[in-house]
Write a protein that binds this ligand. Structure first.
Ligand SMILES: Nc1ncnc2c1ncn2[C@@H]1O[C@H](COP(=O)(O)OP(=O)(O)O)[C@@H](O)[C@H]1O
Ligand SMILES: [Mg+2]
Length: 300
């Protein structure tokens, strides 16, 4: 019997939001990121190559990157801050300047508005060297390579080439599946090392191994949620969870938290199908009638 009654609702909500699950896809993502950074564990960082981590939205790409980033905190040395891993969140607007600003901000640089783009590029390249960066990650990299905006696309390609030419670090582009082919088109960019990549996919219910992994993931949520165990990993519960989330960790987490909040508000000790059904009703399209937590998921 697990007893959560003594805990404040706010603590139980926080516990739900902070749940971390070391599931199969997450292990694959972090393993790939670590390998793109250091091809040999405990060895030297790779240099001068571009690589990619691609996958549908909410499959845990950013989450994987932040786990690796957390292992390499910036250090204060005699000549200022050294950061071995630099994470850049690609801007969604603003063209070339916004791209440069996001890198400068990741490097902690103060940039005057009056500085020209070409001077800013030089300053960034200098700072990358000074702070001894060993690995650069661009998250949401599809924003760097917009197919419809040739100007930004061509600028980003040239900029990344310049950065790689320092021959000091590998660059990892994290993005949507289409990002791969846009980078791959640029033979100069991928020239040295090809374009090693990892494709992250939602779990696939029709694949027996994936199905097992998804059920393990459900079980881990069951263990971590601040409620009595609900047997999420059972064939019945997990197939409904799969139907609602399409095998995506991000969506699964949304439903866990939403159903958890409904159960908390109702003062229930256990998470039941009805809590998930309500959470699903809140989110389904206006014309959608099917609810995998109320109807038979095999009938949809
Ligand atoms: N291993 C994990 N354990 C718990 N929650 C996770 C895990 N991976 C991802 N999430 C959650 O899923 C959501 C989507 O993950 P995210 O990394 O942002 O996906 P992506 O970058 O692929 O779009 C986030 O809210 C994140 O907190
Ligand atoms: Mg992301």
């Amino acid at each position: 019997m697990r007893d959560f009654k003594e805990q404040l609702p706010a603590d139980r909500q926080r516990q739900m939001t902070n749940i971390f699950v070391d599931h199969a896809n997450h292990q694959q993502a972090t393993k790939a990121i670590r390998r793109f950074f250091k091809p040999v564990e405990g060895g030297v960082p790779g240099r001068g190559n571009i690589c990619a981590l691609i996958g549908e939205s909410r499959t845990g790409k950013t989450y994987g990157a932040s786990e690796v980033l957390a292992e390499y905190k910036p250090e204060i040395g005699a000549n200022g801050i050294k950061r071995s891993v630099l994470l850049v969140d690609s801007p969604i607007e603003g063209g070339a300047r916004a791209v440069l600003d996001s890198i400068a901000s990741g490097l902690g640089m103060q940039v005057s508005l009056r500085m020209t783009n070409s001077n800013l590029i030089l300053a960034i390249l200098r700072e990358l060297q000074r702070s001894e960066v060993q690995f650069v990650i661009f998250d949401e990299a599809q924003e760097l390579f917009p197919e419809k905006n040739r100007k930004v696309l061509s600028f980003s390609r040239k900029l990344l080439r310049k950065m790689l030419n320092l021959n000091q670090f590998n660059i990892l582009c994290i993005g949507l599946p289409e990002t791969y082919s846009i980078i791959a088109e640029d033979s100069q960019l991928i020239g040295r090392g090809g374009l090693p990549y990892k494709r992250l996919r939602p779990y696939d219910w029709t694949d027996p191994v994936d199905c097992q992994h998804f059920r393990v993931l459900c079980h881990k949520f069951d263990e971590e949620m601040p409620f009595e165990l609900s047997d999420f990993a059972s064939m019945d519960f997990s197939s409904r969870l799969f139907k609602a989330t399409k095998g995506c960790i991000g969506i699964l987490k949304v439903y866990m938290i939403a159903a958890g909040e409904i159960a908390l508000a109702a003062g229930s000790d256990r998470l039941e199908l009805c809590h998930f059904a309500e959470a699903y009703d809140d989110r389904k399209r206006p014309n959608e009638v099917f609810n995998p937590f109320r109807n038979d998921p095999s009938l949809s």
